[in-house]
Design a protein around this ligand. Structure first.
Ligand code: C2E
Ligand code: MG
Ligand code: MG
Length: 710
């Protein structure tokens, strides 16, 4: 019994080993290496019996001394013998070889792995090893290797720049064409650098975006400019595609970049030829038209004006005929330069051909600047040119039209400017002409006003008239509004409605406004000094003055110079003025309020007032616009007037009605508890001396009755 388990143990083990070997794709062996070996490769001691199924050879045959050596492919034999026989000498414990081995069906690839154990002193070794048929993997690896070689060759000889870049943009590999594009022959200068280092600054963010897209798995194309290691710029088109790692995520980017500098140059050359005039380098008629369309669209969006000018050189043909075309061309170039020098960077100057030029002035609020520009152009082109020893005199005729006053269609606008230019020529050359006759007149008048207004102050042509303002409950004059009058030596009195806008657009409103402020304060003080009952004096402030940083200072100065108590000064501001840029308005108004002056909103109801803002302004009075007072006899007018009065009172403000002309209007205002009135019914704006009489006298009977004072 005792021997059974001992006997059955090795049997069982043997069986299990046999099963294991039968299932194993590898053949296992043990061989001995010592002096008795016939060859230096050793003698097989044992070979697993699956040698018959795996290698098609019975175990007995496989154990024959020369069996496996004879089966090794002749090409591999000497390599294998040398390697195996030197194995103990090199004292290597483990080695692996691949060779071709003859199988029943022909040669197969074998992987031979063996480890050596042994006694070096008496040169006996035991080798444990295995053979595995790797024909299929070997074939696959070979194919892969060949493919890799092929790809490398293609990339190396590829005329386009090929780069492999990691997901952070660092260059991992670059082919010779890529090195050439980046102006180096040394990959060390490129590999490891960021791809962004070789791209013109204006394209960096776009390249970054493209890389992000590729990393997300989408191939992309980008046109950009690369800068070589020595600074040369090339226009390129880059195709980038993702490469995936074994984990299925994008591991790197393949970029194929083509130099398209020549194509880009050609394209821009074609574009240039199609859009620019070769002689002067100015835009041509086609580009001028595009710019005009853009300018018109922008003007529509921003409610601004566009001036369109046609400029023609008078008698240019004579220069060509008498001095030759070369000088004629030179003259055109210099004219182009002079025109450009007169305009803003954002304006367009074009040459239509011959001696015709076109201009577009954008972003205009008024047309005065355009008349100025036309004047300047005529002056500049009228100055003599010195070309190759010749002094040449020319003149320009200019036609101007203004969008949107003129047509709304670009073609018609161009035609009209052209017609205006011909009119200028007919009227004597060296001049400009606006297309619209009305506009022409306005421009001329405005230019004259501007010219004369400059000297009006010095020549003492400005006056202040005062219009009385009465308290509706007492019937007393409580204030006057100072209104500016210009006594023009030739044209007679000019209305402020006509000259204030010109003064505002030219900046003349500043000295004029200062004068009004000082004069009004002095007058109010003079009345007080003369012992008359004190009255408030109201002045109108223009937006330009209101936004000027000196406002506070000039008011303080006018008050202190005249020694007028601030409570007697009132500042009238229009609704549209205070509703613009509310934050600074509140600040400025607060400052004025702290000074102690009164603030009122003029022409109330004609602009747009936001109620929430109104409550935040330190305003003591609103002046109901005269257009509503005029209409109080109508249903709508009455409703508006009533609403404004109620609104003013609910905001704790007084309400004054302006433009009161009739007793009916007055009655309505009294009934609706309006606080103060101003208008022709009580007195037109009048010189200071006439006001004095009103301040001392009392209202005539009729008017007093209208106020229920008698
Ligand atoms: P505004 O401030 O609304 O002045 C009231 C205007 O209405 C004055 O016109 C006045 O003569 C007129 N008016 C007064 N009562 C009546 C009436 O019963 N019926 C009619 N139909 N009109 C009446 P004016 O003097 O021609 O001034 C016009 C505008 O010019 C003023 O309107 C004001 O905005 C501006 N202005 C006048 N003087 C100055 C000034 O010194 N500086 C500034 N920036 N603007 C001023
Ligand atoms: Mg006013
Ligand atoms: Mg008014």
């Amino acid at each position: 019994m005792s021997s059974r388990p001992a006997k059955s143990g090795p049997d069982l083990l043997q069986k299990q080993l046999d099963k294991l070997f039968a299932a194993s794709p590898a053949v296992h062996f043990i061989l001995k290496l010592d002096a008795s070996c016939v060859n230096q490769c050793g003698r097989f001691d044992w070979i697993s019996h699956n040698v018959s199924s795996v290698m098609g050879c019975p175990v007995s045959l496989a154990l024959e001394p020369d069996w496996w050596l004879s089966r090794i492919h002749p090409d591999d034999q000497s390599r294998v013998i040398t390697a195996f026989s030197q194995l103990p000498l090199r004292a290597e414990m483990y080695c692996e070889y691949r060779f071709m081995f003859h199988h029943q069906s022909g040669y197969r690839w074998l992987r031979d792995q063996r480890s050596v154990n042994g006694d070096v002193s008496n040169k006996t070794y035991e080798v444990l090893g295995s053979w595995l048929d790797i024909t299929d993997t070997h074939a696959a690896q070979t194919r892969l290797h060949e493919r890799e070689q092929l790809l490398r060759k293609i990339i190396e000889t590829e005329p386009e720049c090929v780069k492999l870049v990691d997901v952070d943009g660092n260059i991992l590999e670059v082919n010779p064409a890529g090195l050439a594009m980046l102006q180096t022959s040394d990959p060390g200068e490129i590999v490891g650098q960021s791809i962004l280092d070789f791209v013109a600054p204006e394209f960096k963010s776009r390249l970054h975006a493209v890389m992000r897209r590729v990393i997300s798995g989408e191939p992309a194309v980008l046109e950009m400019e690369v800068i070589g290691a020595k600074g040369r710029k090339r226009r390129v088109e880059s195709h980038a595609a993702p490469l995936y790692g074994p984990d299925g995520r994008v591991s790197s980017l393949l970029m194929v970049t083509r130099d398209i500098s020549e194509r880009a140059d050609a394209e821009s050359q074609v574009h240039y030829l199609a859009h620019y005039d070769l002689l002067t380098g100015l835009p041509n008629r086609a580009l001028y038209r595009d710019r005009l369309l853009q300018a018109m669209a922008q003007a529509k969006r921003t409610s601004t004006l566009v001036a369109v000018m046609f400029l023609d050189i008078d008698h240019f043909k004579d220069v060509n005929d008498s001095l030759g075309h070369a000088i004629g061309d030179q003259l055109l170039k210099e004219i182009a330069q002079r025109i450009r020098a007169c305009v803003r960077e954002t304006d367009t100057v074009a040459r239509f051909g011959g001696d015709e030029f076109g201009l577009i002035q954008t972003n205009l609020n008024t047309v005065e600047g355009t008349a100025d520009l036309a004047d300047r152009l005529i002056k500049e082109i009228g100055k003599p040119f010195h070309i190759e020893g010749h002094e040449i005199h020319t003149a320009a005729s200019i036609g101007v039209t203004i969008y949107p006053f003129d047509d709304h269609n670009a073609e018609d606008i161009l035609k009209n400017a052209d017609m205006a230019m011909y009119k200028a020529k007919r009227e004597g050359r060296g001049r400009y002409q606006f297309y619209i006759a009305e506009l022409n007149k306005i421009i001329q008048q405005r230019t004259a006003i501007e010219r004369d207004l400059r000297t009006a102050l010095v020549k003492d042509q400005l006056r202040l008239h005062y219009q009385p303002q009465l308290d509706l409950t007492t019937g007393k004059v409580v204030g006057v509004e100072a209104l500016l009058r210009w006594q023009h030596p030739e044209r007679g009195d000019i209305s402020p409605v006509e000259f204030i806008p010109v003064a505002e657009s030219t900046g003349l409103i500043m000295p004029i406004g200062e004068w009004v402020l000082r004069t009004a304060c002095q007058q109010a003080r003079a009345w007080q000094d003369a012992g008359l009952p004190p009255v408030r004096v109201a002045i109108n402030l223009s937006a330009v003055q209101f936004r000027h940083k000196n406002l506070h200072e000039s008011i303080t100065q006018a008050l202190s110079e005249s020694r007028l108590d601030p409570c007697w000064l009132e500042i009238e501001l229009t609704e549209s003025l205070i509703m613009k840029d509310v934050r600074t308005t509140i600040e400025t108004l607060q400052h004025l309020h702290e000074l102690g002056v009164q603030i009122s909103i003029d022409d109330f109801g004609t602009g747009y007032s936001s109620l929430s803002y109104l409550t935040r302004f330190p305003i003591s009075k609103i002046k109901l616009d005269k257009s509503f007072v005029r209409d109080v006899d109508k249903k709508d007018g009455a409703a508006i007037a009533h609403t404004v009065i109620t609104l003013g009172h609910s905001l704790n403000m007084k309400v004054m009605a302006e433009g009161v002309e009739t007793v009916e209007q007055l009655r309505f205002l009294r009934e609706h508890a309006c606080n103060e009135v101003q208008g022709y019914y009580f007195g037109r704006p009048m010189p200071a001396s006439a006001i004095e009489r009103m301040l001392t006298g009392s209202l005539d009977g009729l008017k007093a009755r209208a106020l229920d004072l008698e």
